[in-house]
Write a protein that binds this ligand. Structure first.
Ligand code: NAP
Ligand code: ZN
Ligand code: ZN
Length: 351
């Protein structure tokens, strides 16, 4: 298969900094689109993968799955996009298309495993997939999303992962008016969770470890803000929440959060810390509580989320960076020092 050489930024080992490198992209096949990448968000999953915290990272690794840009070429069977259209790519670039999950539009739960945008098994080139810290990407048009024209493009990039990862569980667990929703951890995912839950009509309670984010959480749309290190403030929320979305990227005590749920409430993990989180049986037994998980969303639901954000004028709060600042951004992400998503201006890779 013919390939094209493109510039990228990646890492060669778990403890190595990210640096410029070249990767191969396939030539456009009949169902593909080629996208010139204009902006790419930095998700904490990029950092977990770069540092092999989830194990199984294949090096060199090129991360990035919050991709927006312009369509530069389309395969001859593609009707969904034309050259010049805006397009986005999120966390997956393919799936088996025939299992029950795929047929239901839940490609993220493909029974064969969805093919991740980076560190997945590339069906075409037989190597690992490479993500959005690169000049361009070639992707099956089914896995590319249409981008609302009214939103700021750089601030739209994080919707492709942080947006859908929070939208999907909020929808699945029926969040809307009359529901009290807790969002734990105000980083990339958490701040989108606050905006989306508020737009869905819920009462939103933010839980943060960062004193500095307390005031900001209200600006983001929170009705109440709890400093989670303050026992008294935590105690005041006991038994009051219908649903908790836990976006924390590191080890933390989820038993404390389970105690904040009402009877029959659910705590859903979207944050994926490196180490297991201990759960006491008596955190869930007495009030029939549920502990659940959720990953991204299907392609149809991702499009629905983007259209919802277009209608409600919702984007991410971002700090736009030059790609040469990426290692520093990773260090700040590790410290929770992010307001609230780093987005790479990919023009900085081209110069
Ligand atoms: P992020 O921007 O780094 O936000 C994580 C937030 O968690 C931090 O801002 C901080 O919020 C809080 N936090 C960090 N360390 C903590 C600690 N030791 N104790 C308590 N709170 C802590 O990360 P993100 O990009 O939103 O991603 C969050 C997690 O979701 C990551 O594990 C990522 O891999 C995962 N993820 C999962 C999916 C999925 O499909 N399920 C998709 C994307 C990402 P405060 O400062 O407010 O406390
Ligand atoms: Zn992500
Ligand atoms: Zn499938």
């Amino acid at each position: 298969m013919n390939t094209k050489n493109v510039k990228a930024f990646g890492t060669a080992a778990p403890d190595a900094p990210l640096k410029p490198l070249n990767i191969q992209r396939r030539e456009v096949t009949p169902n593909d689109v080629e996208i010139e990448i204009l902006f790419c968000g930095i998700c904490h999953s990029d950092l977990h993968t770069a540092r092999n915290e989830w194990h199984g990272t294949v090096y060199p690794a090129v991360l990035g799955h919050e991709i927006v840009g312009k369509v530069t070429r389309v395969g001859n069977a593609v009707t969904k996009f034309h050259v010049g259209d805006l397009a986005g790519v999120g966390c997956m670039v393919d799936s088996c298309r025939v299992c029950d999950s795929c047929r239901e539009g839940l490609e993220q739960y493909c029974e064969e495993g969805n093919i991740q945008t980076y560190n997945g098994a590339d069906k075409h080139l037989g190597m690992q997939t490479f993500g959005g810290y690169s000049e361009s990407i070639v992707v099956d048009a089914h896995f590319a999303l249409r981008i609302p024209e009214n939103l700021d493009l750089a601030a739209t990039a994080p919707l492709l992962c942080a947006g859908i990862t929070t939208y999907s569980p909020l929808k699945h667990w029926g969040i809307g008016p009359g529901k009290r929703v807790g969002v734990v951890g105000i980083g990339g995912l958490g701040h989108m969770g606050v905006k989306l839950a508020k737009a869905m009509g819920a009462h939103v309670v933010v839980f943060t470890t960062s004193v500095a984010k307390q005031a900001d959480a209200q600006r983001l749309g929170a009705h109440e803000v709890v400093l989670s290190t303050d026992e008294q403030q935590m105690e005041q929320q006991r038994g009051r929440l219908d649903f908790i979305l836990d976006t924390v990227s590191a080890s933390h005590d989820i038993n404390g959060y389970l105690s904040l749920l009402k009877r029959d409430g659910t705590l859903t993990l979207v944050g994926a810390p490196e180490h297991p989180l201990p759960v006491a049986a008596f955190s869930v037994i007495p009030a029939r509580k549920s502990l659940a998980g959720s990953t991204i969303g299907g392609i149809a639901e991702t499009q629905e989320m983007l259209d919802f954000c277009g209608e409600h004028n919702i984007t991410s709060d971002i700090e736009l960076i030059d790609i040469r600042g990426i290692n520093e951004a990773y260090e700040r992400l590790l410290k929770g020092d992010v307001h609230y998503r780093f987005v790479i201006d990919m023009a900085s890779l081209r110069n």
